[in-house]
Design a protein around this ligand. Structure first.
Ligand code: AMP
Length: 397
């Protein structure tokens, strides 16, 4: 993959597609700015080459055409200014492709940064609209994609726009190239034992990734809501726990495949259970074979945490995607936090796959102990699945 280093960008107007879709807390403050910090190396590289820099990103899912403040990139721009230590020379445009924005871009000085407003304010973004892409492209000489977290979406600023530039005027930014190379290197040539820790709510979202991982890893640990589909497939009572009844056969097939291939497959041996999906109720610890009718498992129990710690003890590579329980509620967060500590404590190369899992590692204070925390949840899953990501393909087209 060609990177920005392969292009001559000095003094040019460079459009950098970033992923500034950062999580915010209940007060609207940025809860985790890794995605913004992740874009800094590319931005600084352009600043040092006297480029005029246009930054663009989506933020959540606004209604196209409706400029609501909560979807504005204003907070991101404030953080960006602080991180770049540039109070001036970084401005937020009023819109995405308005005449005033285009005029501002045309009047930019070298080393000036303009951040376009939320790309999804424009309907053309998610529709991969060619005309919208042309409007964006008309503002810049060079196109850089540094939005790993959005590369699995064929949207205008990711796909159609990239194709409007020739190979000498488009490339990956440093973050995108680092993410892709890291996953590729790990999946193609892992140090063994290689362990996959997979959790989260549903089997369906991770089934294909699981199938692919079975061909690569030595051990699989399953936690979170998806464990119950596997336990039910083995004939256990799971009460009212989350389950995908239409995937019981698939779950059995995965477990048979694991056995055939000699991949060790570990399910939780105990759970924290509650009568309802809430923190305001009694919770009990039970072995996984003793979930009473009417109760649901909301976190893995302490015995599972100890078991999983032993399982990953000799690992040389660990990929972790998905929390072990409903970590958003403190009462059911322990299993995920302990898993994070246990993974961070190993001497393995540890890769945390985006979104909720990165959030857990952050809450646990383990981010600095992990080898690599991806900025893309969905995108990293698709890489594991072996799928071609539209954003990466468009750079090659
Ligand atoms: P995913 O997006 O598939 O990675 O799932 C993440 C979500 O799974 C988090 O919001 C967790 O609250 C949820 N989750 C984890 N364990 C459970 C569980 N035992 N029951 C219900 N939801 C769960």
């Amino acid at each position: 993959m060609r990177t920005i280093k392969d292009l001559d960008i000095t003094g040019k107007t460079v459009f950098i597609r970033c992923d500034f879709n950062v999580p915010k807390d209940e007060n609207g403050n940025i809860a985790d700015d890794r995605r913004i910090r992740g874009a800094l190396p590319t931005i600084r590289y352009c600043l040092e080459r006297n480029c005029k820099i246009i930054l663009a990103s989506h933020y959540e899912r606004p209604k196209p055409g409706v400029y609501e403040e909560k979807y504005s990139l204003a907070t991101v721009v404030t953080r960006l200014k602080a991180l770049l230590k540039m109070a001036s020379n970084v401005t937020l445009a009023n819109n995405v492709i308005g005449e005033d924005t285009k005029a501002k871009v045309a009047a930019m000085e070298p080393s000036e940064v303009i951040v376009l407003e939320n790309l999804r304010y424009e309907a053309g973004e998610t529709q991969n609209d060619e005309n919208f892409a042309k409007e964006l492209a008309s503002m810049a000489d060079v196109y850089i994609n540094d939005a790993f977290g959005a590369c699995h979406r064929a949207h205008a600023s990711i796909d159609a726009m990239a194709k409007l530039f020739d190979a000498n005027h488009r490339a990956a930014g440093f973050l995108l190239s680092k993410e892709v190379n890291f996953f590729k290197k790990t999946l193609e040539n892992p140090m063994r034992p290689f362990v996959a820790v997979v959790g989260g709510s549903k089997v369906s979202g991770k089934l294909e990734a699981l199938r692919q991982l079975l061909d690569k890893v030595d051990k699989v640990i399953i936690g979170g809501g998806m464990a119950f589909t596997f336990l039910k497939a083995q004939g256990y009572e799971i009460g009212n726990s989350l389950v995908e009844n239409d995937l019981l056969d698939e779950a059995r097939t995965v477990m048979i495949k694991a056995r055939k291939q000699g991949v060790k497959f570990y399910l939780p041996v105990d759970f924290v259970i509650a009568p309802e999906f809430s923190e305001q109720c009694v919770a009990k610890y039970v072995p996984s074979q003793e979930i009473p009718k009417g109760w649901m498992g909301l976190d893995i129990g302490p015995a599972s945490s100890r078991l999983f710690r032993e399982v990953i003890n000799d690992a040389q590579t660990i990929i972790w995607n998905g929390p072990m329980g409903v970590y958003e509620m403190d009462k059911y967060a322990k299993g995920s936090i302990k898993m994070s500590h246990n993974i961070a404590d190993t001497h393995a190369t540890t890769i945390v796959g985006g979104g909720d899992t990165a959030d857990v590692a952050q809450k646990a204070g383990d981010v600095d102990e992990m080898t690599f925390v991806s900025t893309g949840g969905g995108a990293s899953l698709e890489l594991i699945e072996g799928k071609a990501l539209p954003g990466i393909e468009a750079l090659k087209a």
